[in-house]
Write a protein that binds this ligand. Structure first.
Ligand SMILES: Cc1ncc(C[n+]2csc(CCOP(=O)(O)OP(=O)(O)O)c2C)c(N)n1
Ligand code: SF4
Ligand SMILES: [Mg+2]
Length: 352
């Protein structure tokens, strides 16, 4: 008599969900069409992880971009969010309008070094000046990837194209410009540094003010050769980390004893904490002039400085300055946004 084989447990394992009950799948977008190995793909992956881990409602996010390989990438993350792919270099104007209309949205802009520092430099200046509350990620590869690799305005002097053409024009440093013009969170990272980029993105989500994050993101097809200063190997040899970062979300505060002097803790707007652990130098990320000096110093030494350069959690945002009603303009009843007949009449009388 044969015995029946033991029954297999066919119950599927429970699905892993975040604090709002969503799976990581709910934070993904379409399959990428960018080149395999492009730094922009790594940044999309970090965005998916950070929004999932922090339990942000995807439908409360509005994604904005311009034109470029980088600007295509919002299609590859947060597929349940709102999105607007604008004209080349004009994303800040679109984001400003959308966030003014609905101040409850969390704005996430993804742009390229061409989209921001070349054609879009004027729009970028005004975005920074206004401290529009949004996350603004520059996927910086030093070239116009989408149009086959011409130098952008962030290409370093002396860097070369694959053809051997040498760049002779000085670059814009988007972090230095953001610091100068008044951004309230300024950071630089590298698409290949998962831990640092995650901590920076999560801090930006908690910041609720303008966060400018310049991420060196190599273009493997047009700017990853010897002679490029935005390649994987250049970053490996020239990255200089300001500090070690650790982000603790407000819903996960763990009381640990931190030896005094080793870690600086910055409390973010939503009660989360950024823990900054000193490496080989003293650096105060609340000192704007020190940040500018550190960038200058790194440039002189030929280093690429990464980390959180500056945080200011108190400067009012553009929306706060406008003193808007609590209810977003987009959902205010028409009776509230339309002046009554008598007021219109009075205005007409005054114009007579
Ligand atoms: C008004 C306008 N000018 C020029 C172009 C051509 N163009 C498309 S993408 C691009 C540059 C993209 O470079 P970047 O923003 O660095 O993105 P990447 O592709 O490198 O990620 C240019 C010049 C355009 N689409 N629209
Ligand atoms: S061309 Fe460059 S920037 Fe564009 S997808 Fe390919 S590797 Fe990325
Ligand atoms: Mg580019």
């Amino acid at each position: 008599m044969s015995t029946a084989p033991p029954l297999k447990n066919t119950t599927p394992p429970p699905k892993k969900v975040n604090r709002i009950g969503l799976e990581v799948l709910n934070y993904k977008g379409s399959k990428t069409t960018l080149c395999a190995g492009c730094g922009h793909n790594s940044i999309s992956e970090r965005i998916v992880e950070c929004f999932y881990e922090l339990g942000v409602e995807p439908w409360s996010v509005a994604k904005f971009s311009g034109i470029g390989c980088s600007s295509k990438s919002p299609a590859y993350f947060l597929g349940l969010s709102h999105g607007f792919n604008g004209v080349h270099g004009r994303m800040p104007a679109i984001a400003t309008g959308a966030l003014l209309a609905n101040k409850n949205l969390l704005g996430v802009g993804v742009t390229g070094d061409g989209d921001t520092a070349s054609i879009g430099i004027g729009q970028f200046m005004h975005l920074v000046r206004r401290n529009l509350p949004m996350i603004y990620v520059i996927e910086d590869n030093g070239v116009y990837g989408l149009t086959k690799g011409q130098f952008s305005a962030t290409a370093n002097v002396g860097s070369t194209l694959k053809t051997g053409t040498v760049n002779e024009l000085p670059p814009f440093d988007c972090c230095a410009l953001a610091l100068k013009w008044g951004a309230t969170f300024v950071a630089r990272s590298f698409s290949g540094d998962k831990k640092q980029l995650q901590a920076i993105l999560k801090t930006a989500i908690a910041h609720k003010r303008l966060s400018v994050i310049d991420v060196i993101s190599p273009c493997v097809t047009f700017n990853d050769h010897q002679g490029s200063t935005k390649s994987y190997s250049y970053m490996k040899d020239h990255e200089s980390m300001l500090h070690d970062l650790d982000f603790v979300p407000f819903f996960e505060e763990i009381a640990v004893d931190i030896p005094e002097g080793e870690v600086t803790v910055v409390e973010m707007h939503d009660g989360s904490h950024l823990r900054i652990r000193k490496l080989d130098r003293d650096f105060d990320p609340t000192n704007r002039l020190a940040a500018l000096e550190a960038l200058e110093d790194a440039e002189t030494k030929g280093e690429v400085l990464t980390g959180v350069l500056y945080v200011n959690t108190s400067k009012p945002t553009f929306l706060e300055q406008l003193n808007l009603a609590d209810e977003p303009l987009s959902t205010l009843a028409e009776s509230k946004i339309r002046p009554p007949q008598a007021v219109l009449q009075q205005a007409m009388e005054e114009l007579r």
